[in-house]
Design a protein around this ligand. Structure first.
Ligand SMILES: [Zn+2]
Length: 291
């Protein structure tokens, strides 16, 4: 079956046309959320148009923001896509292209894709964190995505440090302000000597035994395990999945994660995501393929 899959992020919209489960053609366009939701939708139409062939039978779309997958409406903004609520993502694209459209939140899409081999192995309960620009979260319970009553399961805004750093959601001390890749990079820039501009340089500085870099990462992993312990008590999953930019191509992340897991006596398995930034689009494909 020919399917178009799209992943709408705050920076860019990625798209791919799949034929028999293989991505044949890919495209990307800038999201430019500062120009408004109408512009973002125009970009999405343009991108799908570039991938379109008469053989396309379904479209899967994952997006940042909270989404009702049944109505296909956006029900929650993000820090950068501030007028995204109210967009009829599903109906708009179905009307324009005349094929069934399946939509969901990008963290749920990434979970669908990353969880697939575990599902096939009989795993029923899992929690996934995406440590990227923000902190994305997704939960599988009894083999199904758990979306909550209003589609706003958002671990990123659990308060990790009461009265702590202000967050885009209006609270202070949210996990996202400590555990996201952006938070880690900001801290590295502020506290580590040398021109650190990216989180990966922080890990490099740590391998060179830079004491400031080591201290920043020590606190980062202590925060992460405090957070994982709370999530474990709420959901009691069989395993945790962790993905996002902080973990990509980062052997030191895996090494420190394991060291800290033992130090914190955390017994649940933690697996790193394997699809990196392809997880969202692969999840969009699975949404459309499963119908
Ligand atoms: Zn928040």
């Amino acid at each position: 079956m020919t399917i178009i899959a799209c992943d709408i992020g705050a920076t860019e919209i990625k798209g791919a046309r799949y034929e028999d489960a293989i991505a044949i053609q890919t495209q990307r366009l800038r999201t430019e959320p500062e120009r408004g939701a109408h512009h973002t939708m125009n970009q999405l139409h343009k991108l799908i148009g570039q991938l379109w062939t008469e053989e396309v039978r379904a479209i899967g779309i994952v997006s940042a923001g909270a989404i009702n997958p049944t109505s296909g409406m956006i029900v929650g903004n993000t820090g950068t896509m501030t007028d995204w609520v109210g967009v009829s993502l599903k109906a708009d694209i179905e009307t324009a292209f005349g094929v069934p459209v399946h939509v969901d939140n990008d963290a749920n899409g990434a979970m669908l894709a990353e969880f697939e081999p575990y599902r096939q192995a009989g795993i029923q309960h899992a929690v996934m964190l995406t440590l990227g620009t923000g902190v994305g979260s997704a939960v599988v319970i009894h083999g199904e995505l758990y979306r909550g009553a209003t589609y706003q399961v958002e671990f990123g805004h659990l308060i990790l440090h009461p009265g702590g750093r202000p967050c885009t959601c209006g609270q202070s001390g949210c996990a996202e302000q400590y555990l996201s890749g952006r938070a880690l990079t900001n801290r590295a820039i502020a506290e580590v000597d040398g021109a650190i501009t990216h989180g990966s340089e922080l890990f490099l500085a740590a391998t060179q035994q830079n004491p400031c870099a080591l201290a920043v990462l020590e606190e980062y992993f202590d925060d992460l395990f405090l957070y994982l312990q709370s999530l474990d008590r709420v959901y009691d999953p069989e395993l945790f999945l962790i993905g996002g930019g902080v973990t990509d191509n980062n052997n030191l992340f895996a090494t420190m994660l394991e060291e800290k897991r033992l130090e914190h006596c955390f017994t649940k398995p933690i697996h790193l995501a394997r699809l990196q930034n392809r997880a969202g689009i692969q999840g969009a494909y699975l949404l459309a393929e499963r119908g």
